[in-house]
Design a protein around this ligand. Structure first.
Ligand code: DGP
Length: 114
């Protein structure tokens, strides 16, 4: 089990507004949404950052992306457009050190993000 908030959400020790889960991943609404839809998709396995993923995690990383697309479809933002983001380490704004993928949509999203 992981010590982070997200590890606790994955294990059910902490509550969250879960929108999708299976054996490998959990998706739940961000507590501080930056868009009308803002869902975080995490692996149940506690990988701290993307830098810590290994070739053994390749299938799991694919499952994260597929779950993100599934969430986007369920949220009704798949066709209009959405963004997936993985912040890696403090310089990119990572604050919770359990790998997570943000799914953002429901409003126009600027590019570059700034
Ligand atoms: P990042 O900055 O990439 O590490 O994103 C962490 C996100 O996690 C941030 O958008 C806020 C969200 N967050 C932090 N604590 C909690 C929590 O306890 N519950 C939920 N649902 N989201 C959280």
């Amino acid at each position: 089990m992981s010590d982070t908030i997200f590890g606790k959400i994955a294990s059910g020790e902490m509550s969250a507004d879960i929108v999708y889960q299976d054996d490998d991943v959990v998706a739940f609404r961000d507590i501080s949404p930056q868009a009308p839809t803002h869902v975080l998709v995490i692996p149940r396995k506690p990988i701290p950052t993307l830098n810590d993923a290994t070739p053994a995690d390749a299938e799991l990383l694919g499952k994260l992306l597929l779950a993100a697309a599934k969430v986007a479809e369920a949220e009704g933002i798949a066709e209009g457009g959405y963004r997936t983001v993985i912040n890696c380490n403090a310089g990119a704004g990572q604050t919770v050190f359990h790998l997570h993928l943000h799914v953002l949509g429901g409003r126009p999203l600027q590019w570059p993000p700034g």
